[in-house]
Design a protein around this ligand. Sequence first.
Ligand code: SIN
Length: 270
Amino acid sequence: MEYRHIEVEPLTPGIGALVHGVDLGKPLSDAVFEEVHAAWMDHLVLFMRDQHMTPAQHLAFGRRFGDLHIHPAAPYAEGDPALMVIHTDKDSHRNNGSGWHSDVSADEEPPLGSILHVHKVPSHGGDTLFANMYAAFEALSGPMQTLLDGLTARHVSDYTGQYGDHKPQREFPKASHPVVRTHPVTGRKALYVNAGFTRYIEGVSRPESTALLALLFEHVKNPTFQCRFRWEPYSLAMWDNRCVQHMAVWDYFPEVRSGYRVTVAGDRPF
Ligand code: SIN
């Protein structure tokens, strides 16, 4: 794809690109927005540096892609449940997203994408890893693809105790989704099971489900499906949860890493 308004610098052949020429602190023209959206669909995860924007501008950028998603349990800022707080410091007992996952895949309609703006970074570390689930599906053998395509899996969330005394926004969701989903924009097939939320595959025996999920959770960790992003203050990352899993590395205790995430609502996977 040729871009006329932005510059797109791929990080790896399969996933991730740095986007230059966008200032989210200013109103975004339709032409720039269309190119950002196209680049997102092509590269799955986009990164932008030095984005000095207010929470209102962050929320407004998210709304360009659709309605905003409300996390079931995470604390939020500015009195707006759509502005999720991502914060780790010396008093934290966990960080957000420490294992491979697709955000809130246990929702009946899981979020299509997430836009994270990190304001404060540790002196070293705190990277986020992203993995391409189209590539994960395509790397499976034909017989394995045939077996998985058509199966569904149960996704269950349980945020008990994860956010201290913050009262959850709603009941913790549970849902059944296809093991292989079709991306509604690109039409490509992506593997859609993740260690964070997927508990079992339906319609097969429990030992079969356990073995299959163990194989798939190991498979998605293949570094050839991945890119790794090193944050700077005011970097932004936006990932497409329909075809990407991610994990945030907590290797910087007791330092602080802090930002806000705006999450875009999605539709029922098919
Ligand atoms: C998350 O949204 O899963 C957290 C990602 C991160 O902090 O890098």
